[in-house]
Design a protein around this ligand. Structure first.
Ligand code: SF4
Length: 244
């Protein structure tokens, strides 16, 4: 399905490449208005983007998928950001509880490579993509090229045909240092586990802290990676098309 409005992505990317996250978001607001939404995992980049959309008075929805197995701190961060910045946070849920899913499959899908992708598809992708398709023309995300792996090649604006929408990464040219500096300067609430050696935070079942010197994503699906000697940069949930 053709995306709305039709855009020459090469030209737009060239135009946005040297702009600040704030300028990129101004362009998003002018181009898409309320047909844009922010995808938020409640990690530190989402805090930055939440503050930016608040300071630009962008009245857009903030989409959060509650997989049912998040850390309590993730839900607290959602509520804190929503309250402080008057955000319209829409919490999406999978069709089944974790227990119902376990009964359906006769096992915990999150425990093994090959299975965990199904779990992420059921608990993250399906509710998210199903909600976005037809409701929004653009979704803003927090990926940064500095995260490495496949993310080092993201464009500021691309397409995601799974949801018939543009995908926009205003922080593509930033790194963790800039995000931390921004959040501190503006006193933005940040997920408390980031201060307890969790640089990357997903479901509580699949996230551990990292040791000094480890890759920031080493705590994600550690139980699968270490059992099968899978490199750190190879496991992602797939909600972002760029990680697939
Ligand atoms: S991160 Fe783990 S528990 Fe969460 S949806 Fe993916 S596999 Fe399932």
């Amino acid at each position: 399905m053709p995306l709305v409005p039709p855009l020459n992505l090469d030209a737009v990317n060239q135009q946005l490449e040297n702009q600040s996250p704030r300028q990129i978001l101004e362009w998003v607001w002018k181009t898409f208005g309320k047909r844009a939404a922010l995808q938020s995992s409640m990690q530190k980049t989402a805090s930055t983007l939440s503050h930016l959309i608040y300071s630009l008075d962008m009245k857009i929805d903030v989409l959060f998928v509650d997989t049912g197995v998040h850390f309590p701190e993730t839900l607290q961060t959602r509520d804190l950001l929503a309250q402080k910045y008057n955000l319209n946070v829409i919490t999406l849920h999978p069709a089944r509880t974790m227990e119902e899913q376990r009964q359906d499959y006769g096992r915990d899908l999150y425990m093994a490579d090959g299975d965990y992708q199904i779990c992420c598809e059921l608990r993250k992708e399906a509710p998210f993509l199903g909600w976005v398709r037809g409701r929004y023309d653009a979704v803003i995300g927090g990926l940064m090229r500095s995260e490495g792996g496949k993310r080092s090649r993201i464009r500021i604006i691309g397409e995601d045909d799974r949801m018939d929408a543009y995908k926009i990464y205003p922080l593509a040219n930033w790194d963790e240092e800039k995000v931390d500096e921004y959040n501190e300067r503006h006193e933005v609430p940040v997920h408390p586990l980031h201060f307890l050696s969790y640089p990357s935070i997903g479901c509580s079942t699949c996230t551990t802290p990292v040791a000094p010197g480890e890759n920031p994503r080493a705590g994600r699906w550690r139980h699968i990676r270490e059992a099968q000697e899978i490199p750190v940069t190879h496991l992602y949930c797939g909600i972002n098309r760029e990680d697939k």
